[in-house]
Write a protein that binds this ligand. Structure first.
Ligand code: MG
Length: 250
């Protein structure tokens, strides 16, 4: 099942897709353009991977890491499908990152790779915008690169894990104003989702609602105010976002 959270006529609803239609938790069927899309989950800890695709690491002139390079994001960064992302006024290079997101469904501690999928509730898509002007090197905390308000659109759907046959073999694509600018496959991740669950749960507890943004393949292109950026993943969905000027946004 594909689940969502939306606002409609002044209240927030859980929703789901059935036969191509969007249904609210009270049974009403609504048009997708009539709702405000919210992030499909209210996450606890937000993990994100740096340089988890070798081709993207190369594009940034970094060596592919030998151990997962994980950082945290704050909830201030998240917005829903069809939202507006504010481009900071002082920035000259801001690029999207189309990423598969694993949502943890069960408390996990010391989980082995072979059992790790049992702990995944489902999958969604994030666009992990990077403010590249502030990228120094990957050993430094990257708050100013990756923790800006509105700079992580996520959704539209939380797709149940049972409906995703092989999350490690999905095509990712990004379109800017309708033009394909990024294409890759999750099979090219350096550290797979099961391995990341083993790695993180080896030194800390993962809880239901924790999410892991698994990194992006190459194809980082600067995006400007007014651009429509669509990040899509085969079988998971199509996440639409528009970039607006920081000063003009409300
Ligand atoms: Mg990223």
């Amino acid at each position: 099942m594909k689940r969502a959270r939306v606002a409609y006529m002044g209240s927030v609803h859980d929703a789901y897709e059935k036969d191509g239609e969007l249904r609210l938790d009270d049974g009403r069927i609504v048009f997708q353009h009539e709702v405000v899309w919210l992030p499909p989950i209210i996450p606890k800890t937000i993990f994100a991977l740096g340089l988890n695709y070798a081709d993207h690491a190369k594009e940034l002139d970094f060596k592919a890491p030998s151990e997962p390079l994980v950082f945290l994001k704050g909830p201030n960064t998240l917005i829903g499908h069809r939202g507006q992302t504010r481009r900071p006024a002082d920035v000259t290079f801001m690029h999207y990152e189309c990423e598969l997101v694993a949502v943890i469904g069960k408390r996990a501690r010391n989980v082995e790779t072979k059992d790790a999928y049992e702990y995944v509730e489902g999958y969604t898509i994030a666009n992990d915008y990077a403010i590249r002007n502030y990228l120094e090197n990957y050993y430094r905390p990257n708050l100013r690169v990756k923790n800006r308000d509105t700079c992580t659109p996520i959704g539209p759907w939380l797709v149940d894990a049972a409906d995703v046959e092989d999350p490690m073999n999905l095509i990712l694509r990004t379109y800017v104003n309708g033009k394909l600018t990024q294409e890759g496959s999750t099979k090219d991740m350096i550290f797979s989702i099961p391995y990341l669950i083993e790695y993180l749960s080896s030194f800390m507890t993962l809880n239901p609602g924790d999410i892991i943004l698994t990194g992006t393949p190459k194809g980082a292109v600067d995006t400007k105010v007014g651009d429509e950026v669509v990040t899509e993943i085969e079988g998971i969905g199509r996440l639409v976002n528009t970039i607006v000027d920081e000063d003009e946004a409300h």
